[in-house]
Write a new protein. Structure first.
Length: 252
C-alpha cells in the first residue's frame, strides 16, 4: 500500500510538472504573444520575418520585442510589420559586417547594436572597420550603442564612428567609452535640449529587458512611437519622429 501511494504521488507530481512546462512554453511562444496584439495577417507576416532571422542566426527575440513594444504604444500594424522587416535587414547587414571585420560569429548583443548603429546612419563598411580595429576578444556591443548615442546628440555618423574607434584602439574600457556623449561640446548637442543620453551599457540592457505587455524600457519609448500610446493622435511610423528639430546655431 505504501508503495502504491508513493507511486501515485510521484505520478501526480509528474503531471503537474508537465502541465507547468506546457503553460510556460505557451507563454514564451512568440506566435501566441504576437497574435494577442496584432491582426492575424500581420502577426503571420511578422512571424515569417522572425523565422527568416532565426534561419540566419540573428537575435529573433529583439525582433519580437520590437513588435510587442510598438504594438503596446499604438503604432499601426502595417508600420510595425515594416519596422520589423527593416530591422531584420539591418541585422543581416550588421552580422555580415561584423563577421567580415572580425572573422568570427558576433554575439546577439553585437548584432543588435550594429543594426541600431546602421539605422542611425552608420554604413556596413564602418561597422566592419570597427570590428577589425578593435582588440581581439573585445565585445563591440557598448561601442556600437555609443556611436548611436553620439549621433542622437547631433554628431555626424562618421565623426561618431571615429571617436569611438579611437577609444577602442587606445584600449579604453567600456566605462570610458560611455562617457563620450557627455564630452561633446555644446554645439555638438545642439537641438537636443536637455534630453538625457543613455550609456551604451544601459542601452544594451534595455534591448534584453523588453517583454510582452511592457509599454517601454528604461530608455523610454522607441523612436517614432507616440508617448500617449497613440490615443487622440495619428499613429506614427517607427523610426520617424514628430519632435521638431532645432537647427544648430551658426558660428559667428
Amino acid at each position: 500500500m505504501r508503495t502504491l501511494r508513493t507511486l501515485s504521488i510521484l505520478s501526480a507530481i509528474a503531471c503537474l510538472n508537465t502541465a507547468g512546462a506546457a503553460a510556460q512554453t505557451r507563454a514564451n511562444d512568440p506566435s501566441a504573444r504576437l497574435a494577442q496584439v496584432l491582426p492575424a495577417d500581420v502577426a503571420a507576416q511578422v512571424l515569417a520575418v522572425i523565422a527568416k532571422a532565426r534561419a540566419h542566426e540573428l537575435p529573433t527575440q529583439a525582433l519580437e520585442n520590437r513588435a510587442l513594444k510598438f504594438a503596446a504604444k499604438g503604432v499601426h500594424p502595417d508600420s510595425i510589420k515594416k519596422s520589423v522587416e527593416e530591422q531584420e535587414r539591418r541585422m543581416e547587414t550588421a552580422n555580415d559586417a561584423l563577421r567580415r571585420g572580425r572573422g568570427q560569429k558576433p554575439t546577439d548583443d553585437e548584432i543588435d547594436a550594429g543594426a541600431e548603429a546602421i539605422r542611425k546612419g552608420v554604413d556596413g563598411a564602418k561597422v566592419s572597420e570597427l570590428a577589425k580595429s578593435a582588440p581581439s576578444g573585445r565585445s563591440l556591443a557598448v561601442p556600437l550603442y555609443v556611436i548611436g548615442s553620439l549621433i542622437d546628440r547631433g554628431l555626424p555618423s562618421d565623426a561618431a564612428h571615429q571617436r569611438v574607434l579611437e577609444r577602442l584602439q587606445a584600449r579604453a574600457a567600456d566605462r570610458e567609452i560611455e562617457q563620450l556623449p557627455s564630452e561633446l561640446p555644446s554645439q555638438g548637442a545642439a537641438g537636443q535640449g536637455n534630453k538625457p543620453t543613455l550609456t551604451g551599457r544601459e542601452l544594451a540592457a534595455t534591448k534584453r529587458a523588453a517583454g510582452a505587455g511592457q509599454s517601454g524600457s528604461a530608455g523610454g519609448p522607441p523612436a517614432g512611437v507616440p508617448a500617449n500610446g497613440g490615443a487622440g493622435a495619428r499613429p506614427a511610423s517607427p523610426g520617424q519622429s514628430n519632435k521638431p528639430v532645432t537647427p544648430a546655431p551658426k558660428k559667428p
